[in-house]
Design a binder for this molecule. Structure first.
Ligand SMILES: *Cc1c(COP(=O)(O)O)cnc(C)c1O
Length: 395
Protein backbone atom coordinates (compact mmCIF):
# COMPACT_ATOMS: atom_id res chain seq x y z
CA UNK A 1 0.00 0.00 0.00
CA UNK A 2 1.18 3.51 -0.84
CA UNK A 3 3.13 5.19 1.92
CA UNK A 4 3.40 2.01 4.00
CA UNK A 5 6.40 0.04 5.14
CA UNK A 6 4.74 -3.21 6.12
CA UNK A 7 2.22 -2.33 8.80
CA UNK A 8 3.88 1.04 9.51
CA UNK A 9 3.54 4.48 7.92
CA UNK A 10 0.42 5.91 6.27
CA UNK A 11 -1.05 9.39 6.57
CA UNK A 12 -3.31 9.72 9.61
CA UNK A 13 -4.21 13.38 9.20
CA UNK A 14 -7.29 15.61 9.22
CA UNK A 15 -9.02 15.70 5.83
CA UNK A 16 -7.84 19.27 5.22
CA UNK A 17 -4.21 18.13 5.19
CA UNK A 18 -4.75 15.49 2.50
CA UNK A 19 -4.53 17.93 -0.46
CA UNK A 20 -1.18 19.54 0.55
CA UNK A 21 0.33 16.11 1.30
CA UNK A 22 -0.83 14.90 -2.12
CA UNK A 23 0.70 18.00 -3.68
CA UNK A 24 4.06 17.21 -2.01
CA UNK A 25 3.79 13.58 -3.14
CA UNK A 26 3.15 14.67 -6.73
CA UNK A 27 6.17 16.99 -6.62
CA UNK A 28 8.26 14.15 -5.17
CA UNK A 29 7.25 11.88 -8.07
CA UNK A 30 7.20 14.40 -10.95
CA UNK A 31 9.67 17.22 -10.16
CA UNK A 32 12.30 15.66 -7.90
CA UNK A 33 13.57 13.02 -10.39
CA UNK A 34 14.01 15.51 -13.27
CA UNK A 35 17.47 16.28 -14.54
CA UNK A 36 17.04 19.98 -13.86
CA UNK A 37 16.03 19.51 -10.22
CA UNK A 38 18.82 17.01 -9.60
CA UNK A 39 21.41 19.34 -11.13
CA UNK A 40 20.24 22.35 -9.13
CA UNK A 41 20.18 20.37 -5.88
CA UNK A 42 23.61 18.87 -6.53
CA UNK A 43 24.98 22.37 -7.12
CA UNK A 44 23.50 23.64 -3.84
CA UNK A 45 24.83 20.62 -1.95
CA UNK A 46 28.29 21.05 -3.43
CA UNK A 47 28.79 24.80 -3.40
CA UNK A 48 26.60 25.88 -0.47
CA UNK A 49 26.49 22.93 1.95
CA UNK A 50 29.95 21.43 1.36
CA UNK A 51 29.29 18.01 -0.21
CA UNK A 52 30.69 15.50 -0.69
CA UNK A 53 31.73 15.09 2.93
CA UNK A 54 34.83 12.91 3.43
CA UNK A 55 35.10 9.55 5.15
CA UNK A 56 37.83 9.78 7.77
CA UNK A 57 39.86 6.79 8.93
CA UNK A 58 40.49 6.70 12.72
CA UNK A 59 43.99 5.26 13.24
CA UNK A 60 44.15 5.40 17.04
CA UNK A 61 40.66 4.07 17.75
CA UNK A 62 41.06 1.39 15.08
CA UNK A 63 44.19 0.11 16.79
CA UNK A 64 42.37 0.02 20.15
CA UNK A 65 39.31 -1.70 18.70
CA UNK A 66 41.10 -4.16 16.44
CA UNK A 67 38.90 -3.13 13.52
CA UNK A 68 39.05 -0.45 10.84
CA UNK A 69 36.91 2.44 12.03
CA UNK A 70 35.80 5.13 9.59
CA UNK A 71 33.63 8.18 10.18
CA UNK A 72 31.27 9.71 7.61
CA UNK A 73 31.81 13.40 8.25
CA UNK A 74 28.36 15.02 8.14
CA UNK A 75 29.64 17.25 10.95
CA UNK A 76 31.60 19.18 8.32
CA UNK A 77 28.47 20.38 6.52
CA UNK A 78 27.20 23.96 6.60
CA UNK A 79 25.13 24.51 9.78
CA UNK A 80 26.97 21.57 11.36
CA UNK A 81 24.86 18.49 10.67
CA UNK A 82 23.18 16.29 8.06
CA UNK A 83 19.94 18.29 8.39
CA UNK A 84 20.93 20.71 5.60
CA UNK A 85 20.70 17.84 3.03
CA UNK A 86 16.97 17.64 3.71
CA UNK A 87 16.17 21.33 4.10
CA UNK A 88 17.90 22.32 0.84
CA UNK A 89 16.04 19.52 -0.96
CA UNK A 90 12.64 20.46 0.44
CA UNK A 91 13.21 24.22 0.03
CA UNK A 92 14.13 23.74 -3.63
CA UNK A 93 11.13 21.46 -4.16
CA UNK A 94 8.84 24.00 -2.46
CA UNK A 95 10.10 26.70 -4.78
CA UNK A 96 9.44 24.53 -7.84
CA UNK A 97 5.92 23.93 -6.47
CA UNK A 98 5.37 27.71 -6.50
CA UNK A 99 5.43 28.10 -2.72
CA UNK A 100 6.83 31.30 -1.22
CA UNK A 101 7.02 30.30 2.41
CA UNK A 102 8.44 27.47 4.59
CA UNK A 103 7.20 26.46 8.02
CA UNK A 104 8.99 23.94 10.22
CA UNK A 105 9.13 22.51 13.72
CA UNK A 106 12.32 22.33 15.68
CA UNK A 107 13.34 20.80 19.00
CA UNK A 108 16.94 21.65 19.82
CA UNK A 109 16.91 24.17 17.01
CA UNK A 110 19.19 22.35 14.57
CA UNK A 111 16.43 21.73 12.02
CA UNK A 112 15.19 25.30 12.52
CA UNK A 113 18.62 26.70 11.72
CA UNK A 114 19.03 24.43 8.67
CA UNK A 115 15.55 25.39 7.42
CA UNK A 116 16.21 29.10 7.96
CA UNK A 117 19.51 28.87 6.07
CA UNK A 118 17.90 27.06 3.11
CA UNK A 119 14.97 29.50 3.04
CA UNK A 120 17.26 32.52 3.07
CA UNK A 121 19.42 31.08 0.33
CA UNK A 122 16.41 30.34 -1.90
CA UNK A 123 14.49 33.53 -1.14
CA UNK A 124 11.63 31.94 0.80
CA UNK A 125 9.91 33.35 3.86
CA UNK A 126 10.47 31.18 6.96
CA UNK A 127 8.53 30.59 10.17
CA UNK A 128 9.78 28.16 12.84
CA UNK A 129 7.63 26.66 15.61
CA UNK A 130 9.53 25.72 18.73
CA UNK A 131 8.35 24.56 22.16
CA UNK A 132 8.53 27.43 24.66
CA UNK A 133 10.78 25.35 26.94
CA UNK A 134 13.13 24.64 24.03
CA UNK A 135 13.23 28.36 23.11
CA UNK A 136 14.55 28.99 26.63
CA UNK A 137 17.02 26.09 26.61
CA UNK A 138 18.39 26.69 23.10
CA UNK A 139 18.85 30.46 23.00
CA UNK A 140 21.90 30.49 20.65
CA UNK A 141 20.02 28.52 17.98
CA UNK A 142 17.00 30.82 18.33
CA UNK A 143 19.32 33.74 17.68
CA UNK A 144 20.85 32.00 14.65
CA UNK A 145 17.39 31.40 13.15
CA UNK A 146 16.47 35.06 13.64
CA UNK A 147 19.73 36.26 12.11
CA UNK A 148 18.99 34.05 9.11
CA UNK A 149 15.69 35.88 8.70
CA UNK A 150 13.26 33.41 10.25
CA UNK A 151 10.40 34.24 12.60
CA UNK A 152 10.43 31.97 15.67
CA UNK A 153 7.07 31.19 17.32
CA UNK A 154 7.31 29.72 20.85
CA UNK A 155 4.67 27.00 21.44
CA UNK A 156 3.47 27.03 25.08
CA UNK A 157 1.10 24.01 24.90
CA UNK A 158 1.67 20.45 26.20
CA UNK A 159 5.20 19.86 27.42
CA UNK A 160 6.28 22.87 25.29
CA UNK A 161 8.84 20.73 23.44
CA UNK A 162 9.31 19.14 20.01
CA UNK A 163 6.11 17.08 19.78
CA UNK A 164 4.03 20.17 20.60
CA UNK A 165 5.92 22.19 17.99
CA UNK A 166 5.06 19.53 15.37
CA UNK A 167 1.38 19.65 16.34
CA UNK A 168 1.38 23.45 16.02
CA UNK A 169 3.11 23.40 12.62
CA UNK A 170 0.60 20.86 11.28
CA UNK A 171 -2.19 23.09 12.64
CA UNK A 172 -0.82 26.17 10.86
CA UNK A 173 -0.49 24.22 7.61
CA UNK A 174 -4.27 23.61 7.64
CA UNK A 175 -4.79 27.28 6.77
CA UNK A 176 -1.56 28.28 4.98
CA UNK A 177 -1.11 25.38 2.52
CA UNK A 178 -1.81 27.57 -0.55
CA UNK A 179 1.44 29.53 -0.18
CA UNK A 180 3.37 27.38 2.28
CA UNK A 181 5.37 24.14 2.36
CA UNK A 182 5.86 22.28 5.65
CA UNK A 183 9.58 21.41 5.69
CA UNK A 184 9.42 18.35 7.96
CA UNK A 185 12.64 17.66 9.86
CA UNK A 186 13.07 13.91 10.00
CA UNK A 187 12.08 10.68 8.24
CA UNK A 188 8.81 10.45 10.20
CA UNK A 189 5.38 12.09 10.01
CA UNK A 190 2.67 11.38 7.43
CA UNK A 191 3.36 10.05 3.93
CA UNK A 192 5.18 11.29 1.84
CA UNK A 193 7.61 12.76 4.42
CA UNK A 194 9.35 9.54 5.50
CA UNK A 195 10.10 8.76 1.85
CA UNK A 196 10.91 12.34 0.83
CA UNK A 197 13.34 12.90 3.69
CA UNK A 198 14.98 9.51 3.08
CA UNK A 199 15.51 10.38 -0.59
CA UNK A 200 17.25 13.65 0.34
CA UNK A 201 19.39 12.01 3.05
CA UNK A 202 20.38 8.97 0.96
CA UNK A 203 23.25 11.01 -0.42
CA UNK A 204 25.05 9.96 2.79
CA UNK A 205 25.03 6.23 2.06
CA UNK A 206 25.50 6.71 -1.68
CA UNK A 207 28.69 8.71 -1.09
CA UNK A 208 30.04 6.12 1.37
CA UNK A 209 29.61 3.44 -1.31
CA UNK A 210 31.67 5.50 -3.76
CA UNK A 211 34.30 6.53 -1.24
CA UNK A 212 35.21 3.14 0.24
CA UNK A 213 37.02 0.80 -2.10
CA UNK A 214 34.90 -2.16 -1.03
CA UNK A 215 31.65 -2.71 0.86
CA UNK A 216 32.04 -2.14 4.61
CA UNK A 217 31.34 -4.99 7.04
CA UNK A 218 29.10 -2.79 9.20
CA UNK A 219 27.53 0.66 9.15
CA UNK A 220 26.27 2.37 12.30
CA UNK A 221 24.13 5.46 12.94
CA UNK A 222 22.19 7.02 15.80
CA UNK A 223 18.39 7.01 15.53
CA UNK A 224 16.22 9.91 16.70
CA UNK A 225 13.40 10.40 14.21
CA UNK A 226 15.68 8.39 11.95
CA UNK A 227 16.77 10.63 9.06
CA UNK A 228 20.57 10.41 9.27
CA UNK A 229 20.27 6.66 9.87
CA UNK A 230 17.89 5.88 7.01
CA UNK A 231 19.98 8.09 4.70
CA UNK A 232 23.06 6.06 5.55
CA UNK A 233 21.29 2.68 5.57
CA UNK A 234 19.01 2.77 2.54
CA UNK A 235 21.66 2.45 -0.21
CA UNK A 236 23.00 -0.66 1.63
CA UNK A 237 19.74 -2.53 2.29
CA UNK A 238 20.23 -4.89 -0.67
CA UNK A 239 23.86 -5.61 0.25
CA UNK A 240 23.20 -8.64 2.40
CA UNK A 241 26.77 -8.92 3.70
CA UNK A 242 26.68 -5.44 5.22
CA UNK A 243 25.60 -5.46 8.83
CA UNK A 244 23.39 -2.43 9.55
CA UNK A 245 23.10 -1.09 13.09
CA UNK A 246 20.92 1.70 14.48
CA UNK A 247 21.55 3.05 17.99
CA UNK A 248 18.79 4.60 20.13
CA UNK A 249 19.19 6.75 23.22
CA UNK A 250 18.62 4.82 26.46
CA UNK A 251 18.51 7.94 28.68
CA UNK A 252 20.33 7.41 31.98
CA UNK A 253 19.90 3.67 31.48
CA UNK A 254 18.52 3.27 35.02
CA UNK A 255 15.38 1.10 35.43
CA UNK A 256 12.22 3.18 34.90
CA UNK A 257 14.08 6.22 33.52
CA UNK A 258 12.83 8.31 30.63
CA UNK A 259 14.60 7.52 27.34
CA UNK A 260 14.08 7.82 23.58
CA UNK A 261 14.24 4.17 22.54
CA UNK A 262 10.96 3.85 20.62
CA UNK A 263 12.09 0.78 18.67
CA UNK A 264 13.66 -1.16 21.55
CA UNK A 265 11.14 -0.22 24.23
CA UNK A 266 8.08 1.21 22.44
CA UNK A 267 4.80 -0.21 21.13
CA UNK A 268 2.84 0.34 17.87
CA UNK A 269 0.61 3.40 17.65
CA UNK A 270 -0.10 6.61 15.74
CA UNK A 271 1.68 9.92 16.36
CA UNK A 272 2.16 12.93 14.08
CA UNK A 273 0.26 11.32 11.23
CA UNK A 274 2.15 8.05 11.05
CA UNK A 275 1.77 4.54 12.45
CA UNK A 276 5.04 3.48 14.01
CA UNK A 277 6.62 2.47 17.30
CA UNK A 278 6.03 4.95 20.13
CA UNK A 279 6.65 5.56 23.80
CA UNK A 280 3.12 5.53 25.21
CA UNK A 281 1.00 4.40 28.11
CA UNK A 282 -1.31 1.39 27.78
CA UNK A 283 -4.15 3.72 26.81
CA UNK A 284 -2.13 5.56 24.18
CA UNK A 285 -0.99 8.72 25.99
CA UNK A 286 2.45 9.79 24.77
CA UNK A 287 5.15 9.38 27.45
CA UNK A 288 7.84 12.00 28.03
CA UNK A 289 11.13 11.13 26.33
CA UNK A 290 14.64 11.97 27.42
CA UNK A 291 18.17 11.92 26.11
CA UNK A 292 21.28 13.89 26.99
CA UNK A 293 21.32 14.71 23.26
CA UNK A 294 18.39 16.96 22.37
CA UNK A 295 18.32 15.72 18.77
CA UNK A 296 17.48 12.16 19.84
CA UNK A 297 14.80 13.27 22.29
CA UNK A 298 11.65 12.21 20.39
CA UNK A 299 8.99 9.73 21.62
CA UNK A 300 8.58 8.00 18.23
CA UNK A 301 10.65 6.89 15.24
CA UNK A 302 10.19 6.96 11.48
CA UNK A 303 7.98 4.12 10.15
CA UNK A 304 10.62 2.65 7.84
CA UNK A 305 12.85 1.95 10.85
CA UNK A 306 9.96 0.24 12.65
CA UNK A 307 9.59 -1.93 9.55
CA UNK A 308 13.31 -2.66 9.21
CA UNK A 309 13.36 -3.68 12.87
CA UNK A 310 10.41 -6.03 12.27
CA UNK A 311 12.00 -7.68 9.24
CA UNK A 312 15.33 -7.96 11.05
CA UNK A 313 17.34 -6.40 8.21
CA UNK A 314 18.58 -3.73 10.60
CA UNK A 315 19.65 -4.32 14.23
CA UNK A 316 18.65 -1.65 16.72
CA UNK A 317 20.57 -1.29 19.96
CA UNK A 318 20.88 1.36 22.69
CA UNK A 319 23.53 3.53 24.28
CA UNK A 320 22.95 5.56 27.45
CA UNK A 321 23.89 9.12 28.40
CA UNK A 322 27.11 8.16 30.21
CA UNK A 323 28.28 5.92 27.36
CA UNK A 324 27.62 8.70 24.84
CA UNK A 325 29.59 11.18 26.97
CA UNK A 326 32.50 8.76 27.27
CA UNK A 327 32.50 8.22 23.50
CA UNK A 328 32.41 12.00 23.00
CA UNK A 329 35.54 12.48 25.14
CA UNK A 330 37.26 9.52 23.53
CA UNK A 331 36.84 10.84 19.99
CA UNK A 332 37.96 14.34 20.99
CA UNK A 333 41.12 13.06 22.65
CA UNK A 334 42.12 10.31 20.19
CA UNK A 335 41.10 11.64 16.78
CA UNK A 336 40.81 15.40 17.16
CA UNK A 337 37.11 15.51 16.32
CA UNK A 338 34.37 16.97 18.51
CA UNK A 339 31.22 14.94 17.71
CA UNK A 340 27.59 15.86 18.42
CA UNK A 341 26.18 14.01 21.43
CA UNK A 342 23.66 12.40 19.07
CA UNK A 343 26.40 10.88 16.91
CA UNK A 344 28.31 9.94 20.08
CA UNK A 345 25.59 7.35 20.78
CA UNK A 346 26.45 5.50 17.57
CA UNK A 347 30.15 5.61 18.35
CA UNK A 348 29.47 4.56 21.96
CA UNK A 349 27.80 1.34 20.86
CA UNK A 350 30.81 0.44 18.72
CA UNK A 351 33.25 1.20 21.56
CA UNK A 352 31.20 -0.80 24.07
CA UNK A 353 30.73 -3.78 21.75
CA UNK A 354 34.08 -4.29 20.09
CA UNK A 355 33.57 -8.07 20.22
CA UNK A 356 30.58 -7.69 17.92
CA UNK A 357 33.00 -7.23 15.00
CA UNK A 358 35.54 -9.68 13.66
CA UNK A 359 39.19 -8.55 13.75
CA UNK A 360 40.02 -6.21 10.89
CA UNK A 361 36.36 -5.56 10.04
CA UNK A 362 35.59 -2.27 8.31
CA UNK A 363 33.06 -0.32 10.38
CA UNK A 364 31.64 3.05 9.32
CA UNK A 365 29.97 5.32 11.90
CA UNK A 366 27.85 8.21 10.68
CA UNK A 367 29.09 11.34 12.41
CA UNK A 368 25.77 13.14 11.94
CA UNK A 369 26.88 16.47 13.41
CA UNK A 370 29.49 18.47 15.22
CA UNK A 371 29.51 18.88 19.00
CA UNK A 372 30.13 22.59 19.42
CA UNK A 373 26.40 23.07 20.08
CA UNK A 374 26.66 20.70 23.06
CA UNK A 375 29.35 22.56 25.03
CA UNK A 376 26.96 23.67 27.81
CA UNK A 377 25.77 20.09 28.37
CA UNK A 378 29.33 18.75 28.28
CA UNK A 379 30.48 21.39 30.78
CA UNK A 380 27.57 20.63 33.11
CA UNK A 381 28.38 16.90 32.95
CA UNK A 382 32.05 17.55 33.72
CA UNK A 383 31.09 19.84 36.63
CA UNK A 384 28.69 17.20 38.01
CA UNK A 385 31.30 14.45 37.85
CA UNK A 386 33.96 16.69 39.47
CA UNK A 387 31.50 17.47 42.28
CA UNK A 388 30.81 13.78 42.80
CA UNK A 389 34.52 12.98 42.89
CA UNK A 390 35.29 15.66 45.47
CA UNK A 391 32.35 14.53 47.62
CA UNK A 392 33.60 10.95 47.42
CA UNK A 393 37.10 12.11 48.33
CA UNK A 394 35.75 13.90 51.42
CA UNK A 395 33.63 10.94 52.53
C1 LIG B 1 18.71 16.11 14.68
C2 LIG B 1 19.94 15.33 14.80
C3 LIG B 1 19.92 13.92 14.92
C4 LIG B 1 18.67 13.12 15.04
O1 LIG B 1 17.80 13.19 13.97
P1 LIG B 1 17.62 11.99 12.94
O2 LIG B 1 16.44 12.41 12.14
O3 LIG B 1 17.38 10.75 13.73
O4 LIG B 1 18.85 11.91 12.14
C5 LIG B 1 21.13 13.24 14.98
N1 LIG B 1 22.31 13.90 14.94
C6 LIG B 1 22.37 15.25 14.84
C7 LIG B 1 23.70 15.90 14.83
C8 LIG B 1 21.20 16.01 14.77
O5 LIG B 1 21.28 17.34 14.69
Amino acid sequence: MKGYFGEFGGAFVPELLVPPLQEVEKAMNDILPTRQFQDELADLLNTFAGRPTPVTFCPTLSRELGSNLWLKREDLLHTGAHKINNTLGQALLAKKMGKTRLIAETGAGQHGVATAAAAARLGLECVIYMGANDVERQAPNVQRMRLLGATVHPVPTGTATLKDAINETLREWLSSQQTTHYCFGTAAGPHPFPTLVRIFQSVIGAEIKQQLKKLPDAIVACVGGGSNAIGMFHPFLEDKDVRIIGVEAAGTGKPGCYHSAAINLGTPGVLHGSRSLLLQTEDGQILPSHSISAGLDYPAVGPEHAFLARTGRVEYHMANDAQALAAFHKLCATEGILPALESSHALAWVLENRDAFSPGATVVVNLSGRGDKDMDIINAAIAASNKMESENAQA
